[in-house]
Design a protein around this ligand. Structure first.
Ligand SMILES: Nc1nc2c(ncn2[C@@H]2O[C@H](COP(=O)(O)OP(=O)(O)O)[C@@H](O)[C@H]2O)c(=O)[nH]1
Ligand SMILES: [Mg+2]
Length: 342
């Protein structure tokens, strides 16, 4: 279909669930999700070594152990496919923990590296653990500053990126099963975060901002690294597909806009060529005997028409997939465009 490499940056404090999410998501989306009519959407890691790292992280969890905090930042590549056709290759950076929101001067270089590394991102994903949300809902000051840290990171991004409003942001509330464990209503928790981060959801930003909740299962707990509860990974369980669908959704939105622009300039060319043809046919037969442009103008017109037809087909195909992705995305996330919930 279309090829393009996009970078997705995973922002989140240490222990916000980024590594667990990636391990589980690669399992769920490797199997694929049915977008309706048995049209499958998949995210496939085309690098066997990277896939092995993700698999071993996942098997460790099924063996009852949470992954250890990582000491390195890893970049994973995933190919997003629709009906086995590549729509977008993405690069996801999982930054090593213990860096963000640290006031330790030795971490400052690494923090700058994270901020610089986000430049040129196609999508920014901000991970916030439900444990932090629950604490913040109880007015725990440290939890509240952890949430506000999204503002700091995005502020740094805006300084570096002049068209920052074109980079969609998704707030990913991870470990969402904790809400049920603590008897907290998910909707209430979500609205709490929307309120805490209200400038993102406000009007006039021109941004696309999503908010979703993801989880690896039910009643999941961590006691000294031991995992208990039910891991539920596969299909659309736990919304693991949503952040990547969000990326694909924005990709299609941009591509449709681009093809629409192409079609417009194409229509202009067709119009101008028709005018030129009329002018040519209006010239005297004597003049046309010496210099006749009719064939070349007709050829140009034909070629513009062919291009317009191809672009129109491409646009229709994209709109079909885009609307399927949109329906599925909105079933698992709230999407705001310039402050309006769509
Ligand atoms: N209840 C619950 N806990 C989770 C889930 N995902 C991660 N966790 C917990 O969060 C911890 C940190 O996750 P990790 O992915 O290592 O965070 P990272 O530092 O952002 O990469 C894990 O050790 C688990 O205890 C989840 O879906 N549900
Ligand atoms: Mg990690």
């Amino acid at each position: 279909m279309i090829f393009n490499m996009a970078k997705i940056t995973l922002y989140g404090l240490s222990r916000s669930g980024k590594t667990c999410y990636l391990n589980a998501m690669s399992q769920a989306l490797g199997q694929g999700i049915d977008m309706g009519g048995r049209n499958y959407f998949t995210a496939i890691c085309p690098d066997p070594f990277q896939q092995a790292v993700l698999d071993s992280g996942f098997w460790q969890m099924t063996d009852g152990k949470w992954p250890m905090g990582t000491n390195e930042s890893t970049t994973y590549t995933f190919d997003l496919n629709y009906c086995l056709r590549l729509i977008q290759s993405i690069e996801i950076k999982d930054y090593r923990g213990a860096l963000l929101n640290s006031a330790n001067p030795t971490d400052s270089d690494a923090q700058n590296a994270i901020i610089e590394g986000a430049t040129g991102s196609g999508v920014l994903l901000f991970f916030i653990g439900a444990d932090v949300v629950i604490e913040a809902m109880r007015y725990n000051p440290s939890a509240m500053t952890k949430i506000s840290f999204c503002n700091t990171l995005h502020g740094a991004y805006r300084k570096r990126e002049h068209a920052w409003e074109k980079t969609p942001v998704m707030i990913v509330i991870s470990k969402a099963d904790l809400f049920e464990s603590y008897g907290i209503d998910r909707e209430e928790a979500k609205q709490f975060i929307v309120k805490r981060l209200q400038p993102f959801f406000g009007r006039g930003t021109k941004m696309t901002v999503g908010i979703t909740m993801v989880s690896l299962g039910r009643n999941l707990q961590n006691e000294d690294g031991e995992l208990s509860g039910d891991l539920i990974v596969g299909g659309t369980a736990g919304n693991l597909h949503i952040p990547l669908l969000f990326s694909a959704y924005n990709f299609f939105a941009q591509e449709i806009e681009r093809v629409t622009g192409e079609l417009k300039s194409n229509q202009t060319s067709i119009y101008n060529t028709k005018v030129a043809l009329e002018h040519e046919l209006g010239r005297s037969s004597i003049a046309r005997f010496f210099v006749n442009n009719e064939t070349s103008i007709r050829n140009a017109l034909e070629s513009y028409r062919r291009q317009a037809y191809a672009a129109e087909q491409q646009k229709q195909d994209m709109i079909d997939v885009f609307s399927k992705i949109g329906t599925m995305l909105k079933a698992g996330a709230d999407i705001y465009i310039d402050g309006e919930l769509i």
